[in-house]
Design a protein around this ligand. Structure first.
Ligand code: SF4
Length: 273
């Protein structure tokens, strides 16, 4: 059985996840899954991770599928600094009028992990950084549980970005045209970062990343996109819950932990992408 060290147990406790099984002293292998899971957790973990087309179900589309388009030439040739500057001055959609700051992304630009969220909220708009505030703290704890940090480098490195770089007013849902205009920036970030795994957090991130590879993705509940290895720009994608949702629905934190473990397994080549 895989093992958890004291640090991971503490982080899982901060996530609100109870871990079963024996304690292991610091210094034990930390490539761990909590175990053994029970009930619904066990069922989810027992389910094979597969690259299959999920069943459809009724749900209001959040992102209207759009025709794939080539990255605009001026974006396709940009390096990190040029891309960040382009975002900072972008007026391609109406969100530029109400933003206080653009939120480009944070983390090591050589990270193997990329976390993608939806859009900046009020705190992110004020600070110009993704995932701050309570949801950000929960994300940080989740990442710490698998040995990652937004300040980390090397094996601890992660890069965090959103689909939209500007805050939708009053935290309303992103509009299809806004996603259409902004997604090329994320695509260029992926091309520059060349991550080995992408964690898509929440409905909008999942629908945006999978809109060209999963038919009818806008009608598929998030839960049915979990437990599978998807692809975005050739990079394996694991879908999970948004930390803001987990704050409202703490009983699903264990599922988010499972998703992190699946992403770890894919990264290690333990699960065929
Ligand atoms: S949300 Fe994206 S496309 Fe819209 S103004 Fe901001 S950076 Fe530009």
């Amino acid at each position: 059985m895989m093992q958890l060290d004291a640090r991971q147990r503490a982080m899982l406790a901060e996530m609100g996840i109870r871990v079963w099984g024996p304690e292991y002293p610091a210094g034990e292998p930390d490539d761990a899954l909590p175990g053994p899971p029970r009930g619904e957790e066990a069922a989810v973990m027992a389910a094979p991770v597969a690259v299959t087309r999920p069943a459809t179900g009724p749900q209001t589309p959040a992102v209207v599928p759009v025709t794939p388009r080539a990255l605009p030439a001026d974006i396709a040739g940009m390096d990190w600094d040029a891309l960040q500057q382009a975002v900072a001055s972008c007026q391609a959609c109406g969100l530029c009028r109400s933003r206080k700051n653009t939120v480009f992304g944070v983390g090591d630009r050589q990270a193997r992990w990329l976390v993608v969220g939806e859009a900046p909220g009020e705190n992110e708009d004020l600070q110009g950084e993704p995932f701050v505030g309570q949801a950000g703290q929960l994300l940080d704890n989740m990442l710490k549980a698998v040995g990652l940090s937004r300040q980390g480098s090397g094996a601890e490195a992660v890069y965090i970005a959103n689909v939209l770089k500007c805050r939708p007013p009053a935290n309303r849902n992103p509009q299809p045209e806004e996603v259409l205009q902004c997604e090329p920036y994320l695509r260029r970030q992926v091309a520059l970062l060349q991550p080995q795994i992408i964690l898509a957090l929440g409905r909008f991130a999942a629908q945006t990343l999978l809109q060209h590879t999963v038919p009818d993705v806008a009608t598929i509940p998030l839960g049915k996109l979990r437990g599978q290895v998807h692809r975005y720009e050739g990079v394996p994608v694991i879908v999970s819950y948004h930390p803001a949702y987990l704050l409202r629905t703490p009983q699903d934190k264990a599922k988010a932990w499972i998703d992190l473990c699946v992403a770890q397994a894919v990264l290690r080549g333990e699960t065929a992408p």
